[in-house]
Write a protein that binds this ligand. Structure first.
Ligand SMILES: *Cc1c(COP(=O)(O)O)cnc(C)c1O
Length: 383
């Protein structure tokens, strides 16, 4: 039998220069947070997210926790979230005692349905968290207009969206704050890492304090105060400069990473078009006014049974095709601590039972893309 290694769903991309930078960082002796590589990573990241103040964090989860602290949430306050997302988009707010209010997603982009947003707002609502699924922008004009009318903050969980744009504005630049992920599964990674982007300058000073254990140590290092003191509640959200060193190399390679990811995404989309129509399978929808960063390539099979058969058929060809997200509104914690907006989350329930993702990572070579396409197009749905 010819050798046929398993095609993983994702594998971290190694940027040229990352070992050199990591070695330099360790050799420099300045391995704690906010060192020279952190400053350089921030310089590289800032234009990609539209110019807001960027603070590196240990994860997107932690950046979301910082956003929850910045919102001054009190127990019983409500935060509107999609049910179709990763747990961190919600957990961060629950940790502060807030009640997550789950709103359904649109059936086309799988983003928070802006038409259902206003009805979910109550006098206790403090914020709406939007997730640009697959880096396809939510309908931010409608969402920011509604949020402004009710005086609530918009937080962009932009874990998928680095490099994407909505009506010409880069994702991560639209909400009062945005969060980025540099987890190993994301387009740009340092294993575990993230950033908070502050688009409202009024939030910057407190964000620096919250990130530095509640102290004004950042101001002290800039010579703005003669001693640093405990100023606010906070924690330690800054990554080691060693991780920032790897991140620098990744960000320097961003254009090449993105070019390859787009090539794979476009190949899937083009080559699967007629098969998808024939099998009643839906491919991703990207509105005209959105540019996506090729973070996710997904298919919506006609049924849960078709999806199980599809995943098994690809597994038989040694190709890993996982699904996500398991809805949060009826999860054990979501149901106990949250509330579901009127009308429920029928779209979330439906798509989360039918969605499957194809392998997509910058190191995926053309031969493997062909293998995935062959396996997919050989598959027949039950209908
Ligand atoms: C990956 C992801 C997160 C969490 O990112 P970490 O950096 O692993 O904490 C949060 N939200 C969404 C939508 C994600 O995809």
């Amino acid at each position: 039998m010819p050798e046929r290694p398993t095609i993983p769903f994702t594998t971290p991309f190694h940027a040229p220069g990352e070992v050199k930078y990591v070695t330099e960082s360790i050799a420099s002796g300045q391995t704690s947070g906010d060192g020279p590589f952190t400053r350089r990573a921030v310089e590289l990241l800032t234009p990609l997210v539209g110019g807001g103040t960027c603070l590196l964090t240990t994860s997107c989860t932690h950046a979301l926790e910082m956003s929850a602290l910045l919102l001054d949430l009190e127990p019983g306050d409500e935060v509107i979230v999609p049910s179709f997302t990763f747990v961190s988009s919600v957990n961060a707010f629950v940790l502060r005692g807030a009640v997550p209010v789950f709103v359904d997603v649109r059936p086309d982009t799988l983003n928070l349905d802006e038409a259902r947003l206003e009805a979910a707002i109550t006098p206790r609502t403090k914020a709406v968290v939007v997730v640009h699924y697959g880096g396809v922008g939510c309908e931010m004009d409608e969402i920011t207009t509604i949020a402004a009318r009710h005086g609530i903050a918009v937080v962009e969980d932009n874990a998928h969206g680095l490099g994407g744009s909505y009506k010409g504005r880069v994702l991560g630049s639209i909400g009062a704050m945005a969060t980025q992920s540099f987890h190993a599964t994301k387009n740009v990674s340092c294993g575990e890492g993230g950033a908070i982007v502050l688009n409202d300058p009024a939030l910057v000073e407190r964000a620096e304090i919250i990130r530095e254990k509640g102290t004004n140590r950042s101001q002290f290092f800039r010579g703005m105060v003669d001693k640093y003191r405990w100023m606010d509640v906070g924690s330690s959200y800054l990554p080691s400069d060693i991780l920032a060193a790897q991140l620098c190399a990744q960000l320097e390679t961003f254009a090449a990473i993105q070019a390859r990811r787009h090539e794979i995404w476009d190949t899937y989309h083009h080559e699967l078009a007629s098969w998808a129509v024939g099998q009643g399978v839906a491919r991703p929808t990207v509105p005209e006014h959105c540019e996506h960063p090729a973070h996710v390539y997904y298919l919506l099979l006609p049924s849960l049974e078709d999806r199980a058969a599809f995943i098994a058929a690809l597994a038989a060809q040694d190709i890993v095709a996982p699904f996500h997200y398991v809805p949060l509104h009826d999860s054990p914690v979501g149901a106990r601590l949250g509330r579901t907006a009127l009308g429920g989350c029928p779209v979330t329930d439906d798509v989360s039972s039918r969605l499957v993702r194809l392998p997509l990572f910058a190191g995926l070579d053309q031969g493997d893309v062909e293998r995935v396409l062959e396996a997919v197009t050989a598959f027949r749905t039950a209908a």
